[in-house]
Write a protein that binds this ligand. Structure first.
Ligand SMILES: Nc1ncnc2c1ncn2[C@@H]1O[C@H](COP(=O)(O)OP(=O)(O)OP(=O)(O)O)[C@@H](O)[C@H]1O
Ligand SMILES: [Mg+2]
Length: 517
């Protein structure tokens, strides 16, 4: 009995000493295994002669950025030439701009064109659950690059780690960013290491990253202008057999505001359309179809009733009518009542040229065009439908911006009123709402006058639409010209003030017969 008691105490002693040790050992083993399971992210070394090499000629319409990068490439090719003059190699270059403008593409071109070693890593691979892992990956990236100097380090999507410090509770991202700042400073000096980074959001980046000595050169990669778009279309149609009648100028003119990635997509879609139609060359119609698909979505097979079709036709005719009669609005390029994506019909307006500023009158006119559809429905059918929701959303957004961002309201000029400003008085909020309502009402009144006053043109558009489903620019111009021929002189914009010229009454009586039809 006593022997048993002694042995029990021995077991207890043994357990107290060894069990915690065994437990710790187990934890260590589990930790090692989890670390093994973490993705290995080695800095990727890109060889200039790799098969999918991209050269300067592949990026178009971004001349400014290219010039700046060329300078760096030249420097790295022949550092002595510059060093004799006392110049130092530029340290950090930050490419920033909207998605799809060609930032990554430019970096690839640098990799190809410079003779230096090129290390690329996405900043998201620095973000890891374990504290310190991101920092150690950055150290490793720079260590390898320094060993191989002259070298270029490319960090894509810098925002993943570059966001302003202090926002991350765990502190892991801050640690990673700190390490990056340290590496950017370097220590030896005179090393030929250039860091290129790409980011979408410049204003979210930590200010310490942007100071001179780190990313001191910031290059804005903007969406291309007309000439740029033409070049990009040229680049992306290089390997595609084009019909002789294709005019890329026209396509470039129609794609104002689209980025390089969009244009690349359009070229590819056009080729796919041509392939589906068993053609050997890509034709203008393929480009038009591709453009429509990118802008308005794929043609859908929704079946709509005859009445719905009439409503949609009149709705779109209303938009087109207002666009045609208002001189400041972009020209109607095509009206269609073929259902596409979410929309049952659409009116495609395209600018004649790139524009960067809009006047108050132009915004007002645009609101009139947006409301033209809804107004037409209510005038012709005496009913309103859900079809105008997208227009109404845009009206809300634009009129809101006019009041709060652009100072275009009657009583709230000369200041911006950010919606998230909590110091704003209730009275100001109410004023904003009232001003916005006033703008929208004014646009609605003008749209009503316009549609009711040009009923024959509206009917002409709607009838042609119901007949052929799609109206192209030439048809639209012809119908408008015929109408204007009958109604010389051209009805000019009515003055803003004053109501009751009797026209709504006409519409009201006709509404009845349309409703019963
Ligand atoms: N300027 C351009 N010239 C030719 N092609 C372009 C241009 N810009 C974009 N592209 C096309 O779009 C594709 C995507 O561009 P890229 O990956 O460089 O965009 P990004 O600016 O890095 O976008 P993100 O900010 O989303 O990373 C490219 O592979 C290329 O085919
Ligand atoms: Mg990119």
């Amino acid at each position: 009995m006593s022997e048993l008691a002694v042995s029990w105490y021995q077991v207890q002693d043994w357990a107290v000493i060894w069990l915690p040790i065994i437990f710790m050992g187990l934890i260590a083993v589990v930790l090692v295994y989890t670390l093994r399971l973490m993705p290995r992210t080695k800095p990727q070394e890109i060889k200039p002669e790799s098969s999918d090499s991209i050269g300067w000629s592949d990026g178009a319409g971004v001349e400014e950025a290219k010039d700046e990068l060329r300078e760096v490439v030249e420097f790295l090719r022949d550092p002595e030439r510059f060093r004799k003059l006392g110049a130092k190699v530029p340290k950090g270059i930050l490419l920033h701009g909207p998605p799809g403008t060609g930032k990554t593409l430019l970096a690839k071109a640098v990799a190809h064109e410079s003779n230096a070693k090129f290390y690329a890593q996405s900043a998201s691979s620095f973000v890891e659950m374990f504290a310190g892992l991101g920092a150690s990956r950055i150290r490793r990236l720079f260590r390898e690059a320094r060993k191989a100097a002259p070298a270029i380090v490319f960090i894509d999507e810098l925002d993943a780690v570059g966001a302003t410090r202090g926002a991350d509770i765990s502190g892991e991202k801050d640690q990673t960013l700190n390490q990056l700042l340290v590496e950017l400073d370097g220590f030896g000096g005179g090393e030929d290491l250039v860091v290129i980074a790409a980011s979408n959001l410049l204003d979210k980046l930590d200010p310490a990253l942007l100071r001179p000595g780190r990313f001191d050169r910031q290059i804005f990669v903007s969406p291309p202008d007309f000439e740029g778009r033409k070049h990009i279309l040229g680049v992306h149609t290089r390997g595609k057999p084009l019909a002789t009648d294709i005019d890329l100028d026209v396509v470039a003119r129609q794609t104002s505001g689209l980025t390089g990635a969009d244009l690349a997509n359009i070229c590819n879609e056009a080729a796919i359309f041509a392939g589906r139609a068993h053609r050997n060359v890509v034709q203008t119609v393929d480009f038009q179809a591709a453009l429509e698909r990118v802008v308005a979505g794929m043609q859908s097979r929704r079946v709509i009733t005859d009445h719905e079709r009439r409503v949609v036709a009149y709705h779109e005719a209303g938009h087109a009518l207002c666009s045609q009669l208002l001189p400041s609005v972009e020209k109607v390029h095509r009206i269609s009542i073929v259902p596409r994506g979410q929309a049952l019909g659409y009116t495609l307006n395209l600018p004649e040229e790139d524009r960067y500023l809009k006047t108050q009158e132009e915004l007002m006119d645009y609101l009139v065009v947006l409301l033209g559809g809804r107004v037409t429905e209510s005038l012709i059918f005496g009913q309103i439908t859900t079809g105008a929701s997208d227009d109404l959303r845009k009206v809300h957004e634009i009129s809101r911006s006019m009041v709060t961002d652009y100072g275009m309201a009657t009583n709230l000029q000369s200041k911006q009123l950010p919606a998230s400003d909590y110091s704003m008085a209730d009275a100001t909020r109410r004023l904003i709402d009232e001003e916005q309502q006033h703008i929208a009402d004014e646009a609605y009144r003008r749209a009503t006058r316009m549609v009711a006053g040009h009923r024959p043109l509206l009917e002409a558009f709607a009838a042609r639409l119901l007949e052929s489903e799609v109206l192209e620019r030439a048809d639209i111009e012809r119908i408008t010209a015929e109408y204007e021929g009958e109604f010389v002189p051209r009805l000019r914009l009515e003055p803003l003030a004053g109501t009751g010229n009797g026209r709504p009454k006409v519409a009201a009586s006709e509404r009845h017969e349309a409703g019963s039809a």
